[in-house]
Ligand binder design. Structure first.
Ligand code: UDP
Ligand code: MG
Length: 327
């Protein structure tokens, strides 16, 4: 299987037949084998029936994964990826806002050797105040914080080579951070502008509150990427900083005592100094506990602390090490 499309579906019954038609129109003449995995994320309307119908009519291309309840878009995407069999995985929304006609162009980039082709809704057709503007701010923040410079993390339409999608799990609203994870394992990323349409059927599922979640997710992702392997650098750094602050405060108090005879013990600065010391010490201990957790994580699951793109070795060198059975 060459290509798997993963599409999360939550109450999109009217869009589905149009979407499926558009997929055929875009993909049938490419000479690639493809499948589409519709993940029904606990829809309450006729979406599941519509999907069952598609699966019955087009069994060669359609797989439907029905989740037991609504788990959210990210979880639905993760479920779809777990069921996908293609070398290339393309994610898109079910609401016809993404245009399947962009997919062939994205696949060309994958063929050129890119691991991630990230769609950018340059002229986005969503409510400006509640969606487009907050999303611009969030995108700017993500770009600066993670060092992976894209304009549109939130656009679902993206194509991935399968091997950059392994090795991490998606939580919360984190599907938008897949390119960031992929970058961390060394993926080659390119951004392309894609079409974006207004929603014709159904309702948008998100509003302003999503931006807050995205920013909290960003803190998590940044922490995981920068310190997940060496948490003591963060906790220990903060701890040492606090202890230095504590000592400086104490020196200040001592000097005041000697020079202008202000008593040390009754000063609020003394309390601060003691607090800084305790906090700093605690922080270092927390860092050590985190180091234990990291070791448990890597060693219990045999997770390497690196990723290999490929190993180059001549074939005859290999056979001289591993004796081949001649029969
Ligand atoms: N979606 C989902 N589970 C949810 C919410 C949304 O699977 O809990 C799907 C939805 O059906 C659509 C995609 O995620 O295919 C994006 O949703 P929406 O169009 O509401 O988001 P927006 O395009 O406004 O970011
Ligand atoms: Mg949408």
């Amino acid at each position: 299987m060459n290509l798997s499309l993963v599409i999360p579906v939550y109450n999109e019954e009217e869009s589905l037949p149009h979407l499926h038609q558009a997929l055929h129109a875009a993909l049938d003449n490419l000479g690639r084998s493809w499948e589409v995995i519709y993940v029904d994320d606990g829809s309450g309307d006729g979406s599941l029936a519509a999907l069952e119908k598609l699966a019955a009519e087009d069994p060669g291309h359609v797989m439907v994964v029905e989740l037991r309840r609504n788990f959210g878009q990210t979880a639905a995407i993760a479920a779809g990826i777990d069921h996908a069999r293609g070398e290339i995985i393309v994610l898109l929304d079910a609401d016809l806002q993404n245009d399947p006609a962009d997919i062939p162009m994205m696949l060309d980039y994958i063929d050129q050797g890119y691991d991630v082709v990230s769609g950018w809704r340059k002229s986005r057709k969503d409510n400006f105040a509640t969606r487009t503007l907050p999303s611009r701010i969030a995108n700017g923040l993500i770009s600066v914080t993670t060092g992976v410079h894209l304009h549109d993390y939130g656009c679902t339409l993206k194509a991935y080579r399968r091997d950059v999608l392994t090795g991490f799990r998606l939580y919360g609203e984190m599907h938008r951070f897949i390119p960031v994870y992929a970058h961390a394992v060394g993926a080659r990323i390119i951004e392309v502008t894609v079409r974006h349409h207004e929603r014709k059927y159904g309702k948008a599922k998100y509003g302003l509150e999503r931006t807050l979640k995205v920013i909290l997710d960003l803190v998590t992702v940044k922490f995981l990427l920068s310190f997940a392997n060496k948490p003591i650098y963060l906790f220990g750094g903060a701890g040492i900083g606090l202890m230095v602050l504590s000592v400086l405060t104490l020196i200040y108090l001592m000097l005041r005592r000697i020079l202008v005879e202000i008593p040390v013990l009754t000063s609020p600065f003394f309390l601060m100094s003691v607090m800084f010391f305790i906090l700093g010490f605690q922080s270092i201990l927390m860092g050590l506990i985190a180091e234990l957790l990291v070791r448990t994580y890597h060693e219990s699951q045999h997770k390497p602390t690196y990723t290999v793109r490929r190993v180059i070795q001549r074939q005859d060198a290999l056979t001289s090490i591993i004796p081949v059975n001649e029969s």
